[in-house]
Design a protein around this ligand. Structure first.
Ligand code: NAD
Length: 495
């Protein structure tokens, strides 16, 4: 199988795309970008710092007045075109994604490339919906409210679905008339750099900028930068807290999309009437086994009604066990690799700790130490205690804990017993139960009888410590990327 060689624009060592041009790091330092399936170096990119962030923010600020003055339909047209260009280059981008993230090309990365194009096209289409209101104040006054962009947006994204998340940040900021400085994750910036290459010439210089670098350097500078009016962060709750502190000092606007420990709850009727196979498959999908469990929305706590435990669990185990773990660029693989050595070791620690605590493994177990590629074992753990770390914390690996429950009330209490509130997956065909449960669950995004992902137009975001604000919909963009401006005109009486 050929190794993936990616030549960066401007013959390597670029990394930052600032003011419509590729920029080599001022101090010449670089980041190694590795393929976690093969533990090999793909290429190096510039390690941007505060110098690049300053340049990018200044470029965005200078470009913003003209960008916001464009007709919304014109801004939308540019996003639609970027979506088309992405679709036309989807296979190349999918290979980059698979190589840098370890997400299997067939089951994940191709879908992510096309999904990201779908996000750009959705926001391109709905950009014209940036509408305001008028107030009926009577003859002497004409009062109206408009939606205005904040100015310069700084976005920081993680490595687990970088292109999809990048497309969301670009679309929401640019559709609403803001200009953007985007900092991709140090582990996976290549698909975003390719997107910047595709966007070249489409937006005026300075409207869309990318700075590659470390979180504690470039990321921290961007979050704290006085010239950034709004920060949109997706990543862990720990770093989200730091970003929140950095923005609080200057009262910058803030959106946070953070971690989760989402419940999947299955009632007996979901395995009746020939539904067992489909439900087991959707439960496995919700766990995101095929993404190595490295998804914020992973339904990693499975609550199963005690009457169907013996029926459902063997089927879920069978579905997860059938997944082929392998090289992310191999078209045969369902499951790829954990992003890096540190994360792989973290997953190992969680599983080994549960093993030592006496957990029962229905599938998988502790992955090998120091493997050739960071390929994990899809793992299903039972016999756990609600106080254990594997039950309470986000493992970010293909590790699902399974817990039986007796009643609806008990399922709700256990599902909500977490500081997270991102997603929930509910399996029942009882309409009244669906209405009661969806109302009672602390989650910003709930899927019933399916384990699928976000679709543009859905309002997606977390409650509790899973975040602030929502994404994927025009409503979320308007709430988070614009402010309301009210204008009231004292109208002279007719002559
Ligand atoms: P992370 O928080 O470690 O890093 C995310 C980004 O923040 C990276 O670009 C990183 O460079 C940057 N960063 C790190 N330290 C920083 C600092 N001090 N200041 C500013 N930026 C800094 O997260 P990760 O490990 O890359 O991603 C996994 C996490 O992301 C999980 O918790 C997952 O649940 C979450 N996530 C959430 C969503 C969502 O939509 N809610 C989506 C994807 C991932």
């Amino acid at each position: 199988m050929p190794l993936l060689d990616y030549t960066l624009p401007t013959d390597g060592l670029a990394g930052s795309y600032i003011n419509g041009a590729w920029h080599r790091p001022a101090d010449g330092r670089t980041l190694n970008i590795e393929n976690p399936s093969r533990r090999s170096t793909i290429c190096q990119v510039g390690r941007g710092t505060g110098i690049e962030i300053d340049l990018a923010v200044a470029a965005a600020k200078a470009a913003q007045p003209a960008w916001r003055a464009l007709a919304a339909s014109e801004r939308g047209a540019r996003l639609l075109e970027l979506g088309r260009r992405l679709e036309a280059n989807a296979e190349e981008i999918a290979r980059l994604l698979a190589a840098e993230t370890g997400n299997a090309i067939r089951t994940q990365s191709r879908g992510e490339a096309l999904g990201a194009a779908g996000v750009l096209k959705y926001y391109g289409g709905v950009a014209v919906e940036q509408k305001g209101e008028t107030l009926p104040l009577g003859p002497g006054l004409f009062s109206y409210t408009t939606r205005e962009p904040h100015g310069v947006v700084g976005s920081i994204i993680p490595w687990n679905s970088p292109l999809q998340l990048g497309a969301v940040k670009i679309s929401m900021a640019l559709a609403t008339g803001n200009c953007l400085v985007l900092k991709p994750a140090e582990d996976a910036p290549l698909a975003i750099l390719k997107l910047a290459e595709l966007a070249h010439g489409l937006f005026p210089p300075g409207v869309f900028n990318v700075v590659t670098g470390l979180g504690e350097e470039a990321g921290a500078c961007l979050a704290a930068h006085a010239g950034v009016d709004k920060v949109s962060f997706t990543g862990s709750s720990e770093v989200g807290r730091l970003v929140g502190h950095a923005t609080a000092d200057r009262i910058a606007k803030l959106t946070l999309e953070l971690g989760g420990k989402s419940p999947t709850i299955v009632f007996p009727d979901a395995v009746e009437n020939g539904r067992l196979d489909a439900t087991a498959q959707q439960v496995a999908n919700a766990m995101r086994f095929a993404r190595q469990g490295q998804s914020c929305t992973a339904g990693s706590r499975l609550f199963v009604h005690e009457n169907i435990w013996d029926v459902l669990m063997p089927e879920v185990v069978r579905k997860a066990a059938a997944l082929k773990v392998g090289d992310a660029l191999d078209d045969e693989a369902d499951v790829g690799a954990i992003i890096n050595a540190e994360r792989y070791e973290e997953v190992r620690r969680y599983v080994a700790e549960a093993e030592a605590q006496g957990a029962r493994f229905l599938l998988g177990g502790t992955p090998a130490a120091d493997p050739a590629g960071f390929h994990p074992l899809p793992t299903i753990v039972a016999g756990v205690d609600n106080g254990w770390r594997i039950v309470r914390e986000e493992v970010f690996g293909p590790v699902m804990v399974a817990i039986p429950f007796k009643s609806e009330a008990e399922a709700i209490a256990m599902a909500n017993d977490t500081h997270y509130g991102l997603a929930a997956f509910l399996f029942t065909h009882d309409a009244s139960r669906i209405m009661r449960m969806t109302r009672a669950l602390d989650a910003g995004w709930i899927q019933v009888n399916q384990g699928g992902g976000q679709i543009p137009g859905m309002s997606y975001g977390g409650t509790k410590q899973s975040g602030i604000g929502s994404e994927y919909s025009i409503e979320g963009a308007l709430e988070a990327y614009t402010y309301r401006k009210n204008v009231t005109v004292n109208v002279e009486a007719d002559q």
